[in-house]
Design a protein around this ligand. Structure first.
Ligand SMILES: Cc1cc2nc3c(=O)[nH]c(=O)nc-3n(C[C@H](O)[C@H](O)[C@H](O)COP(=O)(O)OP(=O)(O)OC[C@H]3O[C@@H](n4cnc5c(N)ncnc54)[C@H](O)[C@@H]3O)c2cc1C
Ligand code: FES
Ligand code: FES
Length: 487
C-alpha cells in the first residue's frame, strides 16, 4: 500500500498554506511559533494549561465547525485539510480588538498575559459556535468554556465575569462561507504521505486506505487525536519514525443510531461521542463533563481512550456498564468483541498488529435502566481519576433484576465487577443490599497505591460510591457531593 506524497495543505486563517516537510513527531505549536506566531504560548506541553490553545476549523459534512484545541500536543500532520486560527488572526485590519479580546480588557481579566491568548482562543470558538455571540451564559457554561485554560495570577473571578459578559458585546461577523469554500477546496480523497527528515506520516482519507496501510506498516504508531500520543512524544521523548494518522478518515468519526443501538466511530471526538452517550443516559452527563477539559475532548477520540487502555481511563467503566461491544477491523475482515474481554493485561489488548478499532457499539438500553457514574479525583476539573465506578441497574417490583458494573483505578485494566453484580442481582433494593455490595466491591479488587491514592482509599471509596447511590436515589440524607459552584 502506498499513498501519494504531497505537501501538507491547510488554511492559516483563511489563506491557503503548504508545508513541504512534515515529521511524524512535529507538533502544530512548534510550527506556528517557528513561523513567527509567538502569540500562541507553550506552558506545559502536555495539554494541561491551555496556553497553546488555537482554533481549528473543519468541515462537518458541508458545515464548517470551529473547535478550540491544544496545539502543543496536536501533530502538525493532523491539520492537513483544516483551518488554523491563532490569536494573531482575531483583531480587525484596523487593529480593533475582537469582542473576545475586548471583553478581557474591559473586565481586567489579564495580568501577566501569559495565559490570555489561550483564553481568548477558547472564547473565540465559543463566540462563533452558533455563528455569532452566544446567548446568555450561566456561570457553569462560562466555566465549561474555559475548562482547559489555567491562569496563575489574575484569578478566575474577572475571567469568568468576562466570559459571561460576551453576549452583551457587539457582534463581529465571521466569514463562514469563505471558510467552507476554502476547506472544500482542500478536500482530498486520495490520502497522503508526508515525508520529513525524521520519517513518514501516512494520512489515509478512507477506512480501506487506513486498513491497507495498517496491514503494510504494522509497526507504524497509530495516531487519532494524539491527546495520549502527544504526551509520549513531548514528555517521554519518543520519536516515532512512522505514524498512521487516522484524523482524515471521516468514516471513523461517524456517530449513528439504529436497531443495534448507538454506534460511535472510533475516531469520533470525545465531545461528540459524549454528547450522544449523555443524550441516551442523562444521569452520566455530569460525569462525562469531568473528562479532561474542553480542548482535550475536542481532539481526543473515544477509540483512543479505549485502545490506550489506561486502568484509570474514564470512558471504559461506563462502556463496560453499558455492555458495549468493540468492532475491530483489518484488511482480512471484521470481528466484534465485548469491551470487558478486550483487555488482556496492563495496556495490552486483543488488537492484532494489522487491526484497527473502528467502532464502539452500545446496545439499546432496556426500559427502566438507570445509569450512574462517578469519578473521584483530587481536582474537580481536568484531572485524572483515582477511582471511577459506573453502574447500570434495573429494578422491578422492589428488586434489582439487572446490575452491570465497570470500575477504573481498581486493577491493572478497566474491569467489570461480576461478584458485586451477583451481590446485587435478585436482591431487594435496600440500604442493606447496597452495604453488602459495597463490601463486596471493596473485596473484589486489589488496587495499587500510587501518587493519586492509596490502595486502602481506593477500596474504601469504591464501596462508598455504592452507598452514595442509595443516598442520592432515596434522598434520605443530603447529597454527598459538596462542590456546588457559587451562583
Ligand atoms: C490534559 C489531558 C487530560 C486528560 N484527561 C483525561 C481524563 O480525564 N480521563 C481519561 O480517561 N483520559 C484523559 N486523558 C487522556 C486522553 O485524552 C484520552 O485517553 C483520549 O481519549 C485519547 O484519545 P486520542 O484520540 O487522543 O488517542 P491517541 O493519543 O491518538 O491514541 C491513543 C492510543 O490509541 C491508539 N489508537 C487510537 N485510535 C486507534 C484506533 N482507531 N485503532 C487502533 N489504535 C488506536 C494509539 O495508537 C495510541 O496507542 C487526558 C489527556 C490530556 C492530555
Ligand atoms: S502548553 Fe499547556 S496545554 Fe499546551
Ligand atoms: S494572566 Fe498571568 S497566568 Fe493568567
Amino acid at each position: 500500500m502506498t499513498l501519494p506524497v504531497r505537501p501538507l495543505r491547510l488554511l492559516r486563517g483563511l489563506r491557503e498554506t503548504r508545508v513541504d516537510r512534515v515529521d511524524p513527531d512535529a507538533m502544530l505549536l512548534d510550527w506556528l511559533r517557528a513561523g513567527g506566531g509567538h502569540g500562541t504560548r507553550e506552558g506545559c506541553a502536555e495539554g494541561d494549561c491551555g496556553a497553546c490553545t488555537v482554533v481549528v476549523g473543519e468541515l462537518d459534512g458541508e458545515r464548517p465547525v470551529l473547535r478550540a484545541v491544544n496545539s502543543c500536543i496536536r501533530p502538525l500532520s493532523s491539520v492537513d485539510g483544516c483551518a488554523v486560527f491563532t490569536v494573531e488572526d482575531l483583531a480587525a485590519p484596523d487593529g480593533a480588538l475582537h469582542p473576545v479580546q475586548q471583553v478581557m480588557v474591559d473586565h481586567h481579566a489579564s495580568q501577566c498575559g501569559f495565559c490570555t491568548p489561550g483564553f481568548v482562543m477558547s472564547l473565540f470558538a465559543l463566540y462563533h459556535a452558533d455563528g455569532g455571540p452566544p446567548a446568555a451564559l450561566s456561570r457553569e457554561q462560562a466555566q465549561a468554556a474555559v475548562s482547559g485554560n489555567l491562569c496563575r495570577c489574575t484569578g478566575y473571578r474577572p475571567i469568568i465575569d468576562a466570559v459571561r459578559a460576551l453576549p452583551a458585546m457587539p457582534p463581529r461577523p465571521f466569514d463562514f462561507p469563505a471558510l467552507a469554500a476554502g476547506l472544500a477546496a482542500l478536500r482530498d480523497d486520495s490520502g497522503a504521505r508526508f515525508e520529513g527528515a525524521g520519517g513518514t506520516v501516512w494520512r489515509p482519507a478512507t477506512l480501506a486506505q487506513a486498513l491497507a496501510c495498517r496491514a503494510a506498516r504494522p509497526d507504524a504508531l497509530v495516531v487519532a487525536g494524539a491527546t495520549d500520543v502527544g504526551l509520549w512524544i513531548n514528555k517521554q521523548h519518543r520519536r516515532p519514525t512512522e505514524t498512521l494518522d487516522l484524523g482524515g478518515v471521516t468514516e471513523l468519526a461517524a456517530v449513528t443510531r439504529g436497531a443495534e443501538g448507538l454506534t460511535v466511530g472510533a475516531g469520533a471526538r470525545l465531545t461528540e461521542a459524549f454528547a450522544a452517550l449523555a443524550a441516551d443516559h442523562p444521569a452520566a452527563a455530569g460525569f462525562l463533563e469531568r473528562f479532561a477539559g474542553r480542548p482535550v475532548r475536542n481532539a481526543g477520540t473515544l477509540g483512543g481512550n479505549v485502545v490506550n487502555g489506561s486502568p484509570i481511563g474514564d470512558s471504559m467503566p461506563l462502556l463496560i456498564a453499558l455492555q458495549a461491544r468493540l468492532v475491530l477491523a483489518s484488511a482480512r475482515g471484521r470481528r466484534e468483541v465485548p469491551i470487558d474481554g478486550f483487555y488482556t493485561g496492563y495496556r495490552r489488548t486483543l488488537l492484532q498488529p494489522d487491526e484497527l478499532l473502528v467502532a464502539i457499539r452500545i446496545p439499546p438500553a432496556p426500559s427502566g435502566l438507570q445509569v450512574h457514574a462517578w469519578k473521584v479525583s483530587k481536582r474537580f476539573e481536568d484531572d485524572i481519576s483515582a477511582v471511577c465506578v459506573a453502574l447500570a441497574l434495573r429494578r422491578e417490583a422492589g428488586r434489582i433484576v439487572h446490575a452491570r458494573i465497570g470500575v477504573g483505578g481498581m486493577a491493572a485494566v478497566p474491569s467489570r465487577a461480576p461478584r458485586t453484580e451477583a451481590a446485587l442481582e435478585g436482591a431487594p433494593w435496600s440500604l442493606a443490599t447496597l452495604e453488602a455490595a459495597a463490601q463486596q466491591l471493596r473485596d473484589e479488587f486489589t488496587p495499587l497505591s500510587d501518587m493519586r491514592a492509596s490502595a486502602g482509599y481506593r477500596r474504601a471509596v469504591a464501596g462508598n460510591l455504592l452507598l452514595r447511590l442509595w443516598h442520592e436515589t432515596e434522598a434520605t440524607s443530603p447529597p454527598l457531593h459538596v462542590l456546588e459552584p457559587s451562583p
